[in-house]
Design a protein around this ligand. Structure first.
Ligand code: CAA
Length: 282
């Protein structure tokens, strides 16, 4: 299986990052968003990220232009029909994802691999919306994609070994390090990270310390690059709540339940950095 053309569904924080690193690695990338407004915002972010690299002397202007030249933006899912690999990074809800997988299955050649960047949904549920479940896997990137070195490769109970191996080669070709995880709630990363972030919110809710002091504790005391409440704001409180809900729904352990404060902040539309208000104001 050889990957030359990559399709990406969604050009938000994750989809735009995946588009960027794939194009930088030499792949032809078609990225689809649902509206021109979202598409232009995502493509604008890629352009400014690459321009920053040129300013810092890490990339030549010619390489930046060549990278941008390999990216095609579209609002039509049909334009992904030629892809060898499609990575879905759309909204983190199962029904829209299943609809996307069903549509991609009809559009793409039977040899195409279909991947999801989901952080906590069950990959086999998406695979089951296709007639090629053995060709479906998880490729879970981390935010900010151009910086974070890891990709979790998620193998379902039916993903073929050849597809996993092709996924591994692709991940390495875009300069990332793969780890392999089972299609179990939260994979490895969020099985560990989500309870930590949830606990930090509980510590805050219980009044053990201010947001600043909780974060400083982990930054200065444990050398974490960001404190947990800053990281929760960075990930998005709605995203964190979805992760907590899906872990809790399947594992039924109280420690995964979203804390009441998290739910109320999401209800209030305080989703962290993206709405300029979360545990901090931006
Ligand atoms: N896109 C591209 N590059 C970015 C970037 C972005 N959004 N944000 C920062 N960078 C780059 C900067 O250009 C800078 O590069 P150079 O040093 O080469 O110039 C470098 O990253 C460091 O940035 P800063 O100096 O501005 O800031 P920093 O040192 O505080 O680092 C950070 C920023 C990399 C985000 C760092 O704080 C960090 O690693 N935080 C933790 C991030 C993390 O845990 N991510 C995983 C979240 S969980 C997830 O994604 C999965 C899930 O399922 C929820």
């Amino acid at each position: 299986m050889e990957i030359k053309k990559v399709g990406v569904v969604g050009c938000g924080a994750m989809g735009s990052g995946i588009t960027q690193v794939s194009a930088q690695a030499g792949y032809q990338v078609t990225v689809r968003e649902i509206s021109d407004e979202f598409l232009n915002r995502g493509l604008g972010g890629i352009r400014s990220g690459l321009e920053r690299q040129v300013e810092r002397g890490r990339m030549t202007a010619a390489d930046k232009d060549a990278t941008l030249g390999r990216i095609k933006g579209t609002t039509r899912l049909d334009d992904l029909a030629e892809s060898d690999l499609v990575i879905e990074a759309a909204v983190e809800e199962i029904e829209p994802k299943r609809a996307i997988f069903g549509a991609l299955d009809k559009l793409c050649p039977p040899t195409a691999i279909l991947a999801t960047n989901t952080s906590s949904l069950t990959v086999i549920q998406m695979a089951a919306a296709t007639k090629r479940p053995e060709m479906v896997l998880g490729l879970h990137f981390f935010n900010p994609v151009p910086v974070m070195k890891l990709v979790e490769i998620v193998k379902t109970i039916v993903t073929s070994d050849e597809v996993v191996e092709t996924g591994r080669k692709f991940v390495e070709s875009v300069g990332k390090t793969p780890v392999f995880a089972k299609d179990q709630p939260g994979f490895i990363s969020n099985r560990l990270l989500a309870p930590y972030l949830i606990d930090a919110i509980r510590v805050y809710e219980a009044g053990l310390g201010t947001a600043e002091d909780i974060d400083q504790t982990m930054v200065l005391g444990c050398n974490h690059p960001m404190g947990p409440l800053t990281l929760a704001d960075f990930i998005g409180l709605d995203v964190l709540m979805h992760i907590a809900e899906s872990l809790h729904a399947e594992l039924a352990e109280p420690r995964f339940a979203p804390p009441p404060l998290l739910k109320r902040m999401v209800m209030a539309g305080h989703l962290g950095r993206k709405t300029k208000r979360g545990f901090y104001t931006y």
